[in-house]
Design a protein around this ligand. Structure first.
Ligand code: ADP
Length: 492
C-alpha cells in the first residue's frame, strides 16, 4: 500500500535547489574574493601616507614663504605661488620650464592636464597654429608632472604643486620584495583554495540529504538480517527516502508478524506433542498396569477380573478417542484439507442432528427447547464436518452439566449469514477461558477431564470446522452462568 506524500520534496527538487544555491553562492563568493583581493593588493602596494605628498591644500599657509615644500622637492618637484594678476611671485624647487606668469589657457592645461574644448573649432589645437602665440606647447607635451592647486582666500594667491609623475608614482607605491606577479599568483591560489573549500562544504551539505537516509536504511537492513525484527527506521523525510522508509518499516512489520506466527505455530506444535504424550500416557499406563496385574494373579475372582477388564476397556476407549480426535484435528489444521461442500437445507440438517440426541437429553432429564425454522434455508456446507462440530457442542452441554439443565438450540437466517445458537444454563466456563477454550487440550476443569472422558480437542475441532466454512464461533459464558455458543455461517 503506497502512502500518499503531501508536499512531496523530491530528490530532483533538492538537487535543483542545491544547484541554484551553489551557483549563487559561488558567484557572490567570486565577486567578494575579487573585491577583497583588489582592496588587499591596493592596501599592500599603495603607501597611503605618501598619497598626499603633492596636496596643495595640505601644505597651504597664509605666509607662502613658510610653506614646507621639502617633501615635494625631495621628489624633484616644485611649488609656485601665483597672485591674482597671474604673476608667479614665489617658486621653490625645480620647475624645468619656469614661467613668470600664466594665461588662463595655461592654467587650464596645467591644472586639468586636458585641452579645453572649443565647440566652434573643435579641440584648441589651433593655439599651436595661431601666429604670435606665446604658448609653449612642448611645455605641456613633455609634461609628466602631477599637479595640485589650492587658492588662499586670505592672502589671495594660488598655490601650484608639481611633482614628476614617475617619481610620485614610485613614492606612493610600497616597494615590496614580493613582486605584483607573485602576489597575483598567491592571491589566485588562495582564492581557488577558498572556492574549492566552499565547493567541498556545499557538496557535503548536498550529500547529507542522501548519506544519512542511506546509512539509516543500511543499518536497519543489517539489524534485520541479524534477527532484530523489531527494527524500525525513524527518518524525517518527505522525499523518496520517506517512501523507502515506509516501505522498509512495512516490510519489517510483515517479517516480524510472520516470524511471530511461525514461533507461535512452533510453540503450539511442541505443546501439542507434549499434551498428546501426556494424555496418552495415562490410559496406556493404566492398561499396561492392569493387564500385568491380571497376568501375575491367575487366581482373581470373576468379579475382580470383570472390574479390571472394564477399566482396561475404558482406558482403551479413551486412548482410541484421543487418537481419533487427534487424527481429525491434524487433518483439519493441515493445509491440504478441503471441505466437501454441498448446498443443502440446513434447517433440515440441524433437525436431524438434534433428533439423534433427544434420547440423551431424556436420559439426563434435560429441559430442551429447539427453535429451527420450518421453511427451507439453503446453504453450502460439509455435512460430515458440520455434524461433528455441532455434535461436539451438544454433547458438551449434556456431558458437563447436571441433570435438569435447560438447553436451547436456536437457528435461522440473518441478513448476511445463518446463525446457530447452542445455549445451556449449566455450570458455565470461566470468563478468562473465553478465547483459550477453543485451543487444543484446554479444559475448564482439568481434574474432571479424565472422569468426563474428554480429550480437550472437541471445541478446537468445532472452531476449525466453522472457520473452514468461512464462519465464526463465539462463546458467552461464565462459571455458574451457563454457556452460550453462537455460530455464524456465510451463505456463500
Ligand atoms: P473435551 O473433550 O474436554 O470436552 P472440549 O474442547 O469439547 O474438550 O471442551 C473443552 C472444555 O470446555 C471441557 O473440558 C469443559 O470443561 C468445557 N466445556 C465445554 N462445553 C461446556 C458446557 N456446555 N458447559 C460447561 N463446560 C463446558
Amino acid at each position: 500500500m503506497k502512502k500518499k506524500i503531501k508536499n512531496k520534496k523530491t530528490l530532483a527538487n533538492i538537487l535543483l535547489r542545491n544547484y541554484i544555491l551553489t551557483y549563487f553562492a559561488v558567484t557572490i563568493l567570486v565577486l567578494l574574493i575579487f573585491t577583497f583581493s583588489l582592496i588587499f593588493g591596493l592596501l599592500l602596494y599603495l603607501n597611503i601616507n605618501h598619497l598626499n605628498a603633492n596636496s596643495a591644500s595640505k601644505m597651504m599657509k597664509d605666509d607662502y614663504k613658510a610653506i614646507d615644500s621639502s617633501e615635494v622637492e625631495k621628489l624633484g618637484g616644485y611649488i609656485e605661488v601665483v597672485d591674482d594678476s597671474n604673476k608667479v611671485v614665489y617658486r621653490k624647487g625645480i620647475n624645468p620650464n619656469p614661467k613668470d606668469s600664466y594665461t588662463p589657457y595655461e592654467y587650464y592645461r596645467l591644472l586639468t592636464n586636458t585641452e579645453p574644448s572649443n565647440p566652434e573649432v573643435g579641440i584648441s589645437q589651433n593655439y599651436e597654429n595661431t601666429p604670435g602665440d606665446t604658448v609653449d606647447i612642448n611645455y605641456f607635451k613633455s609634461d609628466k608632472y602631477v599637479y595640485d592647486k589650492a587658492y588662499n582666500y586670505n592672502q589671495r594667491f594660488l598655490l601650484i604643486v608639481g611633482v614628476p609623475e614617475n617619481r610620485f608614482l614610485k613614492y606612493i607605491v610600497n616597494d615590496y620584495k614580493l613582486s605584483p606577479g607573485k602576489f597575483i599568483i598567491i592571491t589566485l591560489a588562495f582564492d581557488i583554495g577558498i572556492l574549492v573549500l566552499v565547493f567541498i562544504l556545499l557538496s557535503k551539505a548536498t550529500s547529507r540529504n542522501f548519506i544519512k537516509p542511506l546509512k539509516l536504511l543500511t543499518e536497519g537492513a543489517s539489524r534485520i538480517s541479524k534477527g532484530d525484527y523489531g527494527t524500525r527506521i525513524s527518518l524525517k523525510s518527505k522525499n523518496e527516502f520517506g517512501e523507502l522508509r515506509d516501505a522498509f518499516n512495512m516490510m519489517a512489520e510483515e517479517i516480524e508478524k510472520e516470524r511471530l506466527l511461525k514461533e507461535n505455530a512452533e510453540e503450539n506444535r511442541k505443546n501439542l506433542i507434549l499434551d498428546i504424550s501426556h494424555d496418552l500416557k495415562n490410559p496406556l499406563s493404566s492398561i499396561q498396569g492392569y493387564s500385568e496385574y491380571i497376568l501375575k494373579n491367575p487366581g482373581l475372582s470373576h468379579a475382580e477380573l470383570v472390574n479390571y477388564l472394564e477399566i482396561i476397556r475404558l482406558n482403551s476407549q479413551r486412548a482410541n478417542d484421543l487418537i481419533q480426535d487427534l487424527f481429525e484435528y491434524s487433518a483439519l489444521v493441515s493445509s491440504d484439507f478441503n471441505l466437501n461442500m454441498k448446498t443443502m437445507d440446513i434447517n433440515e440438517f440441524l433437525r436431524k442432528i438434534i433428533a439423534s440426541y433427544i434420547p440423551l437429553f431424556e436420559k439426563k432429564h434435560m429441559n430442551y427447547d429447539f427453535q429451527i425454522p420450518e421453511r427451507k434455508t439453503y446453504l453450502p456446507f460439509d455435512e460430515l464436518q458440520l455434524d461433528r462440530a455441532i455434535s461436539n457442542l451438544i454433547i458438551n452441554s449434556i456431558k458437563y452439566n447436571p441433570e435438569s439443565t435447560d438447553i436451547l438450540i436456536k437457528a435461522g437466517p440473518e441478513i448476511n449469514h445463518y446463525i446457530i445458537i447452542i445455549q445451556d444454563n449449566g455450570i458455565g466456563i470461566p470468563m478468562e477461558l473465553k478465547e483459550d477454550i477453543f485451543h487444543a487440550f484446554v479444559r475448564a476443569d482439568t481434574s474432571r477431564a479424565l472422569y468426563d472422558n474428554g480429550t480437550g480437542l472437541g471445541l478446537a475441532i468445532t472452531k476449525k470446522v466453522i472457520e473452514k466454512h468461512g464462519g465464526t464461533i463465539t462463546l458467552e459464558s461464565d462459571s455458574n452462568m451457563g454457556t452460550k455458543f453462537t455460530i455464524t455461517l456465510p451463505f456463500n
